[in-house]
Design a protein around this ligand. Structure first.
Ligand SMILES: C[S@@+](CC[C@H](N)C(=O)[O-])C[C@H]1O[C@@H](n2cnc3c(N)ncnc32)[C@H](O)[C@@H]1O
Length: 294
C-alpha cells in the first residue's frame, strides 16, 4: 500500500478540537529548526539521515567529504526508489489513491469546502492560475482545480502519469503546462500562481528539499496567492518510513516546523473528515509567505 492512504497500524485517529488546533497554530513560530531534528525518526537507518538537516555535515571538516558522499547517495536512492515504485502503479484513480478509490468523492468534497473558506478570506487569492504538485494523472486538477481556475499547470515526476493527464482530464482548454519533473528540482515561475496545491506527495521529499521547494513556492505566488498542503500525518511523534514506495509520513508537529522553516505561516488548518478509520489522519493547511514578495 502506498503513502496516499496508508493504514496507520494499531492507531485509531484522534479527533482534535478547534481550540486544540488554534493552540497548535499559535505555537508554530515557537518550533525551531532544532526541534525538527529532535523528532523521533523510524528505524530505517539509511533514511534517517535524509530526514535530518545536512547542514552539520557541510559545516564539519573531519570526514565531511565521506559523509557528504553518503548523504548524496542516500538522497539519490530515496528518489530513485520512489520513481521505480510509481512506474509500476497503474495510471488510474485507484492507483493514485493506493487502492482506496472509494475515498475520491469525500476527498474532493473536503477540498472544495476548504477552498470555499479560503475564497471567503480577505484578501483572497485570484482564480486565474493554479499549480497541481505531484499531480499524478490529474485527479485533483480535474475534479477540484479546473472547475475553479482559468489555467491549471501540473508538475509530476512520473512520465507515464504525466502522459496520461490529457486523456484523464479530457483535453480541457484550461490545462496549462505539464512539467515532467520532481518537486526537488522544479523551479516554478516567479509570481505566477494564485493557488499552489500539494497533495499526497510531500512524503517523497527529504526535509531539506521540502524546505527549499516551499521557499521557491512562496516566491511563485501571485498577489494574495496561497499554498495548500493536504497530507497524511502520523498520530504519534514518530516519522513513519515506508520502504515500499520510498516515502515518509511526518508527525503534525514536524510538518508545522518544516512549513515555518520554509517561510510560510498557517492561515487555516482543517482535518479531513469521513475518511475510513485506521488510515493516517489527513490535514489541509492554507499557507502564506511570512514575508510578502510583492
Ligand atoms: C499518492 S499519488 C497522489 C497523486 C495526486 N496528488 C492525487 O492526490 O491524486 C503521489 C504522486 O506523487 C508523485 N511523486 C512522487 N515523488 C515525486 C516527486 N519527488 N516530485 C513530484 N512528484 C512526485 C508520484 O509519481 C504520484 O503521481
Amino acid at each position: 500500500m502506498n503513502g496516499t492512504t496508508q493504514m496507520e497500524k494499531g492507531i485509531v485517529p484522534q479527533l482534535e478540537t478547534t481550540e486544540q488546533i488554534i493552540d497548535e497554530i499559535q505555537n508554530i513560530h515557537l518550533l525551531s529548526e532544532s526541534k525538527v531534528s529532535q523528532q523521533t525518526i523510524g528505524s530505517n537507518e539509511s533514511l534517517q539521515c535524509i530526514l535530518e538537516t545536512s547542514q552539520h555535515v557541510l559545516d564539519t571538516d573531519d570526514g565531511a567529504e565521506d559523509e557528504n558522499e553518503n548523504l548524496t547517495q542516500t538522497r539519490e536512492t530515496f528518489y530513485k526508489d520512489a520513481q521505480q515504485y510509481w512506474q509500476t502503479v497503474p495510471a488510474t484513480v485507484d492507483g493514485m489513491l493506493g487502492g482506496f478509490s472509494n475515498i475520491n468523492f469525500t476527498d474532493i468534497r473536503g477540498s472544495q469546502d476548504f477552498l470555499k473558506e479560503i475564497f471567503k478570506m480577505k484578501p483572497s487569492p485570484n482564480k486565474n492560475i493554479a499549480l497541481d504538485c505531484g499531480a499524478g494523472i490529474g485527479r485533483v486538477s480535474k475534479h477540484l482545480l479546473i472547475p475553479i481556475f482559468n489555467t491549471v499547470d501540473i508538475v509530476e515526476q512520473d512520465e507515464h502519469f504525466a502522459n496520461s493527464v490529457k486523456e484523464y482530464v479530457g483535453n480541457s482548454a484550461k490545462l496549462g503546462t505539464i512539467f515532467n519533473e520532481g518537486l526537488q528540482e522544479f523551479h516554478p515561475k516567479s509570481a505566477r500562481y494564485d493557488v499552489i496545491w500539494c497533495q499526497w506527495v510531500l512524503g517523497h521529499l527529504t526535509n531539506d528539499d521540502f524546505v527549499e521547494f516551499f521557499e521557491r513556492c512562496g516566491k511563485a505566488l501571485s498577489k494574495h496567492g496561497i499554498i495548500i498542503v493536504k497530507e497524511n500525518v502520523t498520530s504519534t511523534e514518530n516519522v513513519d518510513i515506508d520502504d515500499v514506495d520510498s516515502s515518509v509520513t511526518r508527525p503534525l508537529g514536524m510538518m508545522k516546523a518544516l512549513l515555518a522553516q520554509s517561510g510560510l505561516r498557517i492561515v487555516k488548518m482543517v482535518r479531513q473528515h469521513n475518511f475510513p478509520s485506521g488510515i493516517f489522519p489527513v490535514y489541509m493547511f492554507a499557507l502564506r509567505p511570512t514575508k510578502r514578495n510583492l
